[in-house]
Design a protein around this ligand. Sequence first.
Ligand code: ZN
Length: 672
Amino acid sequence: MPALAGAAILMNSVMSSCVESGEANSEEFEYVVDRFADVEILRYRVPGFEDLSLDQKQLVYWLTEAALAGRDMMWDQNCRHNLPVRNLVEAVYTGWDGKKNDPQYQALEVYLKQLWMGNGIHHHYSMDKFTPGFSREFFEKQVSSLPADKKPDNVDELIEVIFNPAVEAKRVNQADGADLVQTSATNIYAPGLSQKEVEEYYNSIKVTGDTMPVSYGLNSRKVRGADGKVTEDVYRADGLYGPAIKRVVGNLEKALAFAENDSQKAVIAKLIKYFNTGDLRDWDEYSILWLGDTDSRVDFINGFIESYGDPLGLTGAYESIVNFKNNEASHRTEVLSADAQWFEDRSPVDPRFRKAEVKGVSAKVITAAILSGDAYPATPIGINLPNADWIRAAHGSKSVTIENITAAYDAASQGNGFNDEFVIDEPTRELMEKYLFVTDNLHTDLHECLGHGSGQLLPGVEADALKAHASTLEETRADLFALYYLADPHLVELGLLDDPEAYKAEYYKYLLNGLMTQLVRIEPGKDVEEAHMRNRQIISKWVLEHGAPHNVLALVHKDGKTYLQVNDYEALRQLFGSLLGEVQRIKSEGDYAAGAKLVENYGVKVDPALHAEVLERYGNLDIAPYRGFVNPVYTQVLDDKGNVVDIKVDYTENYIDQNLRYSRDYAMQGLR
Ligand code: ZN
C-alpha cells in the first residue's frame, strides 16, 4: 500500500511550509517546475547519489532505464484510447506552426500537460475525463494538416473520445449498483464484458482453502476468449505488452551485472523470470525474496502493484520506484528502535498496560532516484509492500518513507502564503520554519517505530474488541505516543534534536491541522470520515476542551479570523500524556463503549462556521490541490575507450521536454 501525501490531495499544503534540511537551501534549487489547471509540478533532488559507488550508480542507472521502459503499459492499462490520443495530441502540439500565444494552442498545451499528469485522458485522482479548453474545429483543422504517418486510421473515433463527454467518462467507476466493469473506462477489461461474468470467472479459478493464494488477476487484461468465455490476456514477455516487458527485462539483465550481493541478484533474477512467465507464483516468490533483501543499499520496485485503478480491486497498475537507503535518516529510526524499552518503561500509562519486553520496528528512510508508471508524475511519500496478506502475515512487509519527496513538498510550500494566513504570529512561524521539517519526520518515526508497537492487551481481551473504531483509535494512540515523547529531553540526549524547544513547532502544526486546516479536505456539510483525520481531530479537540479552561491553549479571534493560540506547551505535553493513558486503557481493556464515545464526541462532527471560514481563507491562497514531479536525468559518463566512469544526475529538464522525450524514447512499439 502506498502512503499518499494526505490521500494525494492538499496534505502538504496542510502540513505547511518548513525548511529543507541540509544544503538544499543554499543552492537555490528550483523546486517548482510548472503550474497548470489544478496541478503544480515539482522537482526533487537525489542527495547522496554522488556518494554511491560506481557499481551502485550503474545499478541505479539500469534500474531507472527498466522503470521508464514500462511507462506506456500504465497508459494503456488506464484506457485503450490513451496512447493513440497522446500520440495525436503530441503530434499537433509539436507540429504547430502558428503563434504560441494563440489561446487555442495554449489550451491544447494545458490539455496535453493534463494527459501527462493523468497518464491518460482521465484525472489521476477524481478519475473524471479531462475537458479540452480548445475547440473541436481548431483541433480537426490541425489534425487534417498532419502528415499521413501521424494520422491514425481511427482519427475520427479519437476526436470523439477527446470531445464527447459521454464517451469513456470515468476511468474507475465505484458507484453503488452500477456494473462497475461496463461503466469504467479502464482497459483492464475488454469492451463488452460484464461485472457478473468477470466475477464468475474469478470464482471459477479460485482454489478454496488455499492458504497461500496468488494475487488473482494481478497481471492481466480480462478478455472474451474464442469460446465466448472470460479469460486472461497475461502481461508477459511473449504476451500482452510483450515489447515493453522485453525492454524492461533487457534493462534488468544489465542491472543484474551490478547487483550488490547474492540476495539482490536473486531478487532481480526472479523478477526477470516473472516478467518472462507471467506466473503469479513467481511474483510471490519474488516478493518474499525482495522482503528478505535488507542489506543492499539500492532497492527498487517494478511490476504490476497497486490495484486502485481496477474497479474490482485486483489488477495491478504498472509502477516502478528506484531508490537507495538514506543512511543518515535511517539512523534516526535505528536509534529509536534500539532504545524502545526506555520509552516503554516511562510511558504515561497504567504500568499494567506496558509491555515487559518491547521491540522497536526499524523503518527505512529512502531516497527516490526515479518514479515511473503509477508513481509518476503523482507519487506516494511512502511504500508498504507487498500487498498479499498471507505474505505479510508469514514474512512481514517493508515500510519506507521517501524523504527526498517529502522534502520537495515541504520546500515548495515555502512562501505559498499558507503559514502567513493560518499561523497566529511571526515567532510561531519562525519556529515552524526552523524546526517543523525535522520534528515532523521525528513524529512519524516515533509513531511508526515505537507508537504502534507499544502497550499490551490485558489477558482475555480480544484483539478486535474496538471493532469499527479500532483503526482510528490505534492511530490516535500511536500519534499520542509520538507527541508525548517528541517533547522529551531524551531525544536531545540521543542526538536526534539539538534544541529542547524544537517540539513546539510540531505541537502547533499538529493542533492547527487537527482543529482547522485539515478541514480544507472536507466538503461543506460533510463529517470527518477518514481514520487519520478523525484521530487528529480527536486529539486536538480533546486537548482544546481540557486545556482551554486552564489557559493552556485557545482558539482566538483577530480581525474576524480564527487563530490557534498556545500559551503553555509543557502543560500541553501533559494533556497528550493523560489522553494517551486513557486511549491505552481503552485498548488494553477492550472498552468499546468508551472508545466509541471518544470517536463520536471529538472525531466526527465539524463546526460549520469554522469550516466555512477555513475553506474561504484557503481558497483565497490559490494553492494547487494536486502535485506531480519531474524526474532527474541520468547520463553515463564515458572515458575515451568507451568505459562508463560515472553516472551524472541532472535537474534541469522541464515537464514538457521530459514527457515528450519519454514518449519518444520509451514508447511501447507494436502494441496489439
Ligand atoms: Zn499509524
